[in-house]
Ligand binder design. Structure first.
Ligand code: WT7
Length: 688
């Protein structure tokens, strides 16, 4: 594929060119010493070491669980370029939440994602930036991305960013955002990408918690034909962030934004820097990045991932779950603000030398054929997206799909929330022409990569709608009963745990290791608890049944109902609220808020609700704003004062015939009261 140079990057690359033209990228010790760079897989081919070669998928899985040290040791040695070999494969104890992989080893993630490929094939396309306007895509080669990353790394260094320092990235999906992530990795800084849809307060909370030194952003974002003023959001956020010393601003549009005393043009700063930057040798367990995600209580938690284990797991799953082969164009349409973007837009594909698509737009811009027109134009081989988008698209005529050539597609993937049968069938039959395996992949921010999924690489394996999920290499799922016992046998449901450590698992919550231990390792001692429930079928397949805690999933975005309640409770006229998730045919779930108002505000209800919507949008993000608000006099509580959200959820879902046990309520008459109020609300809705 011929590389076309990005106009966005042009000024940089022109300056870079004289430095690199006619110069061979040499293998520099210790990064490329023959011993340390023995990528025995010849980079990414599925050929395995003598120990692993020739074994069937089933045999490999068995080896991965019976002899995890042999299995993970071999794949880590052959897939990653190390500057110092590791001494010990793992040192983990799930009883105490201690997780360590590849001890004594040193490597650099950016070297594995860039230098090794740029050395072999510098003109291979690393990124295809599918910009908002169809047909305006830009390609970035491995050499270009390496140069960009080095200039960015040098820029960060010149601003005093050192190993271990945190850098916040508030940018839309773009090559410069990917280069910023990799630049952090190159110098050992820790990135925390904040989804560019979060409000300034949500951004500030994350910057404060992570104590970031630098924020990298864009003047504006462009999505669905609309401009989003990112820089002004950052301006507001950093006012309350004393740790921030610099704000680097990349120019996505022509619009010029006011520059304050912290601000600096990223392109200008980069143009002054060299296109080479020596990679920092990092310990396997040094922090690579943190990513904030919602829990059932409290503020979002900074999930910490480290270097070697994370990268290895992202790359192995990228290859095996999606049946990736060298030369494929991998199209994951997730935003880099979520873990899916980290593992399957950036780290997994780049570690494997793939061409990865950066999707800036929306599924319906300029029309509902966007994804499939893009598949045709970019010849995408693997398409990985979210059920919520599929549910939206299946409402339109099939011709939006059929008119585009999708013959390049080999694998379809789904992630982030349960995929219902209708969406599965449409994706498989209409998009994939019943020809492409559709992999429903279960995992979490905390797991680093896919843990449970069907495996297309397993030739001849049957793929069943929504029921075909099996554990990936090294993953040992367990279902737990109400008394905390492991449930054996098939056709059974329970709390989904994972019983053995794997290299991709998170290491801690930034600044609060105890919370990490309490949330994931205390509920079922000796196991990692996922927060999800699951069913194991007769055949031993897993089906995820949904969250067991107060976390909800709106359009694949994870949200703690407690966060929404905290935002609502800030309103001076609102003494108390309870938020639950109810199902929605496109978004999967939406938030339903039960609100208690102060006596004297009763007439003002409409106005208060308007203010509440605004509060959630400014404190968290627009997607978190509840779809429903119901004013009630009281909330159902137990005698000890605990709100019974289970009952509220049933009422909101109109399942009042199966309310379950209400005898523990302090005053059961509250329930009738709320059911009444809810009926009136629904009939008002029906009339509207
Ligand atoms: C939660 C994790 C996985 C990356 C994106 C979301 C739900 C995720 C599935 C699936 C059913 C799923 C779970 C999980 N979830 N994938 N294939 N089927 N549910 O990462 O934001 O950390 O959310 O998403 O409830 O716990 P996340």
């Amino acid at each position: 594929m011929a590389a076309r140079t990005s106009t966005f990057l042009l000024p940089l690359l022109h300056r870079a060119r004289p430095l690199l033209l006619g110069r061979k990228w040499h293998h520099r010790s210790p990064w490329f010493s023959s011993q340390s760079c023995s990528r025995g897989l010849s980079g990414i081919s599925p050929a395995l070491s003598p120990q692993l070669a020739g074994r069937s998928y089933k045999e490999l899985y068995e080896l991965s669980v019976k002899e995890p040290e042999t299995f993970w040791g071999s794949v880590a040695r052959e897939r990653l370029a190390w500057s110092t070999a590791f001494q010990q494969v793992s040192d983990c104890d799930l009883a105490t939440g201690r997780v360590s992989w590849f001890l004594g080893g040193k490597l650099n993630v950016s070297v594995n994602c860039l230098d090794v490929h740029a050395a072999k094939d510098p003109d291979r396309v690393a990124l295809i930036w599918e910009k908002d306007e169809p047909g305006t895509e830009e390609r970035v080669t491995y050499r270009e991305l390496l140069e960009m990353t080095c200039r960015l790394a040098n820029t960060l260094k010149s601003l005093g960013v050192q190993k271990g320092d945190r850098v916040a990235i508030y940018m839309p999906v773009s090559p410069i955002a990917v280069a910023t992530m990799l630049a952090c990795a190159r110098i050992g800084a820790v990135h925390t990408v904040v989804f560019a849809g979060f409000s300034s307060e949500a951004l500030a909370g994350r910057i404060q918690d992570a104590q970031c030194k630098v924020v990298v952003t864009c003047n504006q974002g462009v999505r669905g034909g609309r401009l989003i003023n990112l820089k002004s959001t950052v301006d507001t956020a950093v006012k309350s962030c004393p740790t921030v010393q610099h704000v680097l601003v990349a120019q996505r549009t022509d619009h010029s934004v006011p520059m304050g005393k912290l601000d600096m043009s990223l392109e200008e700063a980069m143009s002054r820097e060299s296109a080479e930057c020596a990679p920092e040798p990092m310990d396997s367990e040094d922090m690579l990045f943190m990513l904030y995600t919602s829990g059932s209580t409290g503020k979002p938690k900074g999930i910490v991932h480290t270097q070697a284990g994370y990268l290895l797991y992202a790359s192995l799953t990228h290859q095996y779950v999606f049946d990736y082969s060298p030369g494929d164009v991998f199209g994951c349409v997730a935003d880099i603000g979520w873990i899916t973007g980290h593992s399957y837009v950036v780290y997994g594909p780049l570690c494997n030398g793939a061409t990865t698509v950066l999707f800036e737009s929306t599924p319906v811009y300029p029309d509902p054929g966007r994804y499939w027109e893009m598949v045709e134009r970019l010849r995408i081989n693997q398409f990985y997206g979210a059920p919520t988008a599929i549910r939206l698209l299946l409402k339109y005529e099939e011709s939006w799909v059929k008119k585009y050539d999708r013959s390049s597609l080999k694998t379809l993937g789904s992630v982030g929330e349960p995929i219902n049968h209708e969406a599965w069938e449409w994706f498989y039959n209409v998009v994939g022409d019943k020809r492409c395996p559709l992999v429903d992949t279960w995992w979490q921010t905390e797991t680093g990569g896919v843990c449970i999924a069907p495996r297309p690489a397993e030739k001849g394996a049957e793929i069943l709608p929504a029921m075909a999920m099996r554990p990936f290499f090294g993953i040992q799922p367990a279902l737990m009963g109400e008394k905390g016992q492991t449930l054996s046998g098939n056709d059974i449901s329970g709390a989904l745990c994972i019983s053995k450590p794997w290299p991709g698992m998170a290491k801690t919550i930034f600044g609060d290791h105890q919370r990490f231990v309490d949330a994931y390792f205390k509920p079922y001692p000796g196991h990692y608890f996922t927060g999800d429930g699951a069913h194991r079928s007769e055949e031993g397949y897993y089906q995820i049944t949904g969250r067991m805690d107060d976390v909800i999933n709106i359009s694949g975005h994870r949200l703690g109902t407690a966060e929404v309640e905290d935002a609502l409770d800030e309103h001076p006229d609102v003494p108390e609220t309870a938020v639950v998730g109810i199902s929605h045919d496109v978004k999967g779930e939406v938030a339903f808020a039960f609100v208690v108002l102060k006596e004297n505000t009763a007439e003002n209800q409409e106005h208060v609700i308007k203010e509440l919507r605004h509060l959630v949008a400014t404190k968290i993000a627009k997607y978190a704003v509840p779809d429903h608000f119901l004013v009630v006099k009281r909330l159902p509580k137990t005698r000890s004062g605990k709100i019974m959200r289970r009952i509220l959820r049933k009422i909101a879902m109109q399942q009042t015939e199966s309310l379950g046990d209400v005898s523990t309520l302090d005053d059961p008459s509250v329930v009738t009261e709320i059911i009444q109020a809810h009926k009136q609300y629904r009939s008002r809705l029906d009339k509207e």
